[in-house]
Design a protein around this ligand. Sequence first.
Ligand code: MN
Length: 135
Amino acid sequence: MIFMKVLVAEDNAINQLLARGLLKRCNAIVTVVVNGREAVDAWSAGPFDLILMDIQMPEMDGLEATRVIRSRELPGAHTPIIAVTARAMTGDREACLAAGMDGYISKPIRSVDLMAMIARLTVVAASTVPTRALP
Ligand code: MN
């Protein structure tokens, strides 16, 4: 990752600092918002290359914010969204994917998990970009 604009939606100040620190080490440009409603607004004003989305936030949670973003994306457009959650309940992963998230990592965010997820999403995104027009 050379240069990337990342939106971090997270209501906890410590977790904001942690995410910002990890991402800045990757030369990412980081924007932090504190709830799902702000995440939707920031995404609208984007673009962002990636969103890290906390699940539990005031006003609008991460699942709802993701559903709203997915409902507003234009055909063919897709901002990768990684769910970040402290919850370890069974079904969380399925709920995140059902809401339209691309991946799932648990708190506290570990650098190795974040980098692996970004690498996976980057490969997926690259493989879906047409390299030439169809005949
Ligand atoms: Mn939270």
